[in-house]
Design a binder for this molecule. Sequence first.
Ligand code: GLN
Length: 483
Amino acid sequence: MHTQTIAELAAGLRAGDFSSEELTRTLLDRIGRLDPQLNAFITVTAEPALEQARAADRRRAAGESGALTGVPIAHKDIFCTLGVRTSCGSRILDNFIAPYDATVVEKCQAAGLVMLGKTNMDEFAMGSSTETSYYGPTRNPWDLNAVPGGSSGGSAAAVAARLVPGATGTDTGGSIRQPASLCGVTGLKPTYGRVSRWGMIAYASSLDQGGAFGRTAEDVALLLQVMAGFDPRDSTSADQPVPDYSATLNDPLAGLKIGLPREYFGEGLDAQVAEVIEESLAEYRRLGAELVEISLPNAGLAIPSYYVIAPAECSSNLARFDGVRYGYRCENPQDLLDLYTRSRGEGFGAEVKRRIMIGTYALSAGYYDAYYLKAQQIRRLIGQDFRAALAQVDVIMGPTSPTVAFDLGEKVDDPVTMYLSDIYTIAVNLAGLPGMSIPVGFVDGRPVGLQSIGNYFAEAKLLNVAQRYQQVTDWHRRLPPVG
Ligand code: GLN
């Protein structure tokens, strides 16, 4: 059962081939056996999962089931889950039991999806390798010495290792697409505002967006269908109708115009990754697409602009973790200031502190114009580049990441090198566009991902473009050497 896709499992449940309880037990068993090695989960919710599964089976027996009733998934530990620890990968929230469900969690539950647990992540989603997690790093199922990418590395690894058929993630600068790429799974970051951020712990609010991992584009379409939609509780939620993402999945690609940004194929891109990407693009040509070179002239400014804006927003968002209202509190505080400083000092890890300091500095009175304002101006230019390009082409394609998965420990002590692993994904968040990564090959046994970037709310197009490729290739069906 564990190798089946969400679509296949849903069909099996519908046909009565197995119950949700059986399926849930099988996957919990696998998690119990394999996760000690992988560390993809921070919390496994076995008992509540079995209860949810039995409830799903009862709904089905009563003729009240929906398309995905009884299918198991996992949530990134950044989504608040009622009555379940929601740690965000941080010591400061290690003891935090969320008093409510995030909208995404609520929607998944309403659809009858069964939550198996909460997945590992970089602390507060700050990182590209899941190594900044307070709970230790997740390992890449393709090679246990390699990182799974980040920050949603636990979700990507869990799907790659077939511990769950699908999982949620969030993407502020690449945290769905980059781990999808490094773990050889399919991941979609929707348009900013497409999926509610309510109950999703904030990192950089103007960039954060929830999305999904699956093995196939078809599965990601099914999950997005559940997650997407207007939410009055999120002031930046888009009040736009949600299309039927499965309806256009199989549309032909003849005449599709694919733009290849010159800046995404230059210096810094690993030569072997480039070769695999070229082959995948040739496949698109055979599917009837037309490939044209385009330019995103300000692409090189994305990382510096992001690493002012994201820390600025995080320094403000993380001010709420003060040791008073919830989360970790230091022992024997001497006075209020001591309570604040020691609770935060002991509760946050090094990368989070680095970002809070950068953000606070960039927002301070004397530097605001020089850094934050400048970064926002660059952000606008980056958005304009994409809009101009997408007026000429239907989608933009290129590598998701400049390299395949790197070794554990390889970049932890070098933040700037770590930041560069998001060089092709970050600009997409600055522009608020949807982006997707699909597996298209391997270099030395480690997966390579192809990124597609679409126009605002063109998720259906991205899913269609991914699905057609997956119909003629089998990279997404390959199994990593675990269990
Ligand atoms: N790696 C980037 C960062 O550390 C992006 C992370 C994310 O998308 N959450 O900010």
